[in-house]
Design a protein around this ligand. Sequence first.
Ligand SMILES: [Zn+2]
Length: 274
Amino acid sequence: MPPFHRETLASYLYRLATANQLHPDDLGAHLTGARRTRAPITLHGLAAATGRSPRSLSHALPELRIASTPTAHPPEPLLTRRTVCRHCAARRDAFRFATTWQPPEVNICPTHRIWIGPPVRGHGVPQLDVSAVPEILHAQRRHYRLARRHGRRTAADAFAEAAHITALWARHAFHDRGRARLIRALVDRPPLTGRLRPDDPITPVVTYPQTVDLARVLATPYWRRPASGDTDDLPRFQQDIDTHLGIEYHPENSPYDPLFGWFTKHHDPHAAIR
Ligand SMILES: [Zn+2]
């Protein structure tokens, strides 16, 4: 049974155990020859048990590539766990929740246009098919560009900050700019008020285009620089937001707005001491 490309070791071992009708612990014992201690699984042990070459296994399983004693941490900084797309899993007749390591900017299966990004909580949330929603597909391309331009770390930080802000906007039905249309395109029963519950699993999907637009502003070195005490920049920031997001942002009317909070944190000298 071949691993998925970049499959997590835990996911592969789980699938291997079920395919062989073993309890995962028993498979672990079989691979390491140790029942009581949690002995590390080695590349050669796994190769011997699966009949697959160490080379092909280490190519597919990043954790085996990096260390001889894999841990629960990502094998490379900034890789994140993503459940494989349901069509990719079905095509391989694999367990639906097989998990792979992916760069954080990967949110859509490139082959099947299935949303594989957050939320990853629980297994009850069906993966959405976004193939008929060009704005979301386009946002994924812009997201890749963002990571290429600013580097994965900055892009991931700016995206996380932006996602927090757009989720709050979605919760209060602020700055809609097409969000209601995306909700209607993806769910049968859109909320009548246009407000999304804080835990609504579609939030990251329907806010995605706006989150990428906002992340592009928040990632620019000019706005990300350390707090300078220069709050005169607010009109320019407002203009940048309006241009990139296509909204009319009025921070002076909403002192509790999360985006204003972001600006203050980066540009208020007092907020710098935190
Ligand atoms: Zn797929």
